[in-house]
Design a protein around this ligand. Structure first.
Ligand SMILES: [Zn+2]
Length: 473
């Protein structure tokens, strides 16, 4: 088996790994042997196997890697820096003003340094892939760079160097509000015509293919993209790749719901379902404020609900009603969004805790098949995250990529416990320490003993970038 820390996401070696306990899509199994080919795709997943000579034995439970389905990489650099009261009542909108001031100063080298460290953090925290919702496109004066793809290419390099799987979602952003309000000065770096977006996608498509990354499109929100532009962009995307992922922020804040009703007579999700061909390639980010009818119609479309529990809590968005969504057979995954928290297990914990507080119940997100909440949530987040990512990362099954995590059986959270309880303890009782020992993507080990090979160098570059950005505040 290959155990080298290979910094190149596109190169790999065929390999195998044996785990005394592994979480397969159907649940926990004992003595599981997995094998993968040169492309890092699983060719065999065999439970109740004997560990062949020469194959390394995992030193703890093996889990599928969790896809991170929503990230704005640059926001990592000011995570934790907006936790003070500026106005009498701070809100998402006052946070956004601070975020715009920060985004206005960023340069390409800083973005790449921030993203590289962030992706190292994600891998060390049990995420094996990321959907990058990328909306800072232009230079500090709001003009396109000489190479219009400059910032997107920096994000792609960060993913390649760290080895995290990538779904790149360039963002279409045109207006500051409904009724085609012109963009504000703070939005100048985000703005693109539909033609300019389609040209960018055409440029990036072969580059993403070569990197085994998936390219999709993110219309920022209904307030930022007029209907005609949304339709034209989707048609252009279809001609490039008719199954490419489409992600959109929707109904995150009540002010947006009210403004959408004033504009169209409909709520955001209601409008989207009536006017756009929403199906299983779509991911509805946040979708926090929906009526029962909206929950039913959006779930019926096959779209994934992209939930970002730590960011939604941090920004005071509100709570998504996940039990109602599940009752309608809705799919979901998790994202770290503004990166107030970068920890897959912690997102699952916060998601369950929000539902417990709301309903005054326990173990809300368990199922009949999987009564252990952490097991059920991990499998759901992997399945929904894979669908939203548009990549073959749906867990430990033949045909999927060898993206997996090995927990440390010697960590206090797991020591002496069976694997099912160990995962529960990892999610609910890690006490802000981490039991993630190894992380593999596409059959290559990226994290060993909890550390990525680029940990120290990328941390230093991140701190330098953050310091420079703050010094200019
Ligand atoms: Zn977002």
């Amino acid at each position: 088996m290959s155990t080298r820390a290979n910094p190149d996401a596109t190169a790999g070696a065929a390999g195998a790994c044996f785990a005394p306990d592994a979480l397969l899509p159907t649940g926990w199994r004992k003595n599981v042997l997995i094998e993968w080919d040169l492309l890092g795709q699983l060719t065999r997943v065999i439970p109740d196997a004997v560990c062949p000579a020469g194959v390394t034995r995992a030193d703890g439970p093996m889990l599928p890697g969790i896809p991170n389905l929503h990230s704005h990489a640059f926001q990592r650099a000011f995570a934790g820096l907006t936790e003070y009261r500026g106005a009498a009542q701070d809100s998402f909108w006052s946070w956004r003003t601070l975020m715009y001031r920060f985004a206005a100063r960023l340069d390409p080298e800083q973005l790449e340094a921030i993203a590289t460290w962030l992706y190292v953090e994600m891998l060390e925290a049990g995420y094996t892939s990321v959907c990058e919702f990328h909306y800072v496109h232009h230079d500090r004066s709001g003009q396109p760079y000489a190479d219009d793809a400059t910032l997107a290419l920096g994000l792609m390099r960060a993913a390649k160097h760290t080895g995290i799987g990538l779904t790149l979602l360039p963002v279409l952003y045109q207006t500051s509000g409904f009724h085609e309000q012109p963009p504000s000065a703070g939005q100048a770096r985000f703005i693109r015509s539909t033609d300019s977006m389609l040209a960018l996608l055409a440029r990036l498509k072969p580059l993403c293919d070569a990197q085994h990354a998936r390219l999709g499109l993110a219309p920022h929100s209904l307030r930022a993209v007029p209907p005609a532009s949304l339709s034209a962009a989707l048609a252009g995307l279809d001609s490039l790749d008719p199954t490419a992922p489409v992600h959109i922020h929707i109904a995150e804040q009540m002010a947006e719901v009210t403004a959408c009703q004033a504009w169209s007579g409909q709520r955001p999700v209601e409008w989207l379902m009536h006017h756009m061909p929403v199906d299983r390639r779509w991911c509805l980010i946040h979708a926090t404020h929906m009526t029962p009818d909206e929950y039913a119609s959006a779930a019926r479309s096959g779209a994934v609900a992209g939930l970002c529990p730590s960011t939604e809590a941090n920004l005071g968005d509100g709570l998504f009603d996940l039990p109602t969504w599940l009752a309608a057979n809705g799919r979901w995954g998790v994202g770290s969004d503004s990166h107030a928290t970068v920890n897959a297990a912690e997102e699952l914990m916060l998601l369950e805790y929000g539902q417990r507080l709301q309903r005054q119940q326990r173990n809300v997100l368990a199922s009949t098949a999987h009564p252990h909440v952490a097991t059920n949530m991990t499998l759901s987040a992997v399945a929904g995250g894979a669908q939203a990512s548009g990549r073959a990362i749906g867990g430990l099954a033949v045909g999927q990529l060898a993206d997996f995590v090995v927990l440390d059986a010697r960590h206090t959270a797991l020591r002496g416990l069976p694997a099912t309880d160990g995962l529960s303890s990892h999610v609910f009782a890690s006490h802000r320490s981490s039991a993630v020992a190894e992380v593999w993507t596409q059959g290559t080990k990226r994290v060993q003993s909890g550390r990525h090979a680029l940990h120290d160098a990328s941390l230093a570059a991140f701190v330098a970038a953050r310091t420079a950005l703050i010094d200019h505040a």
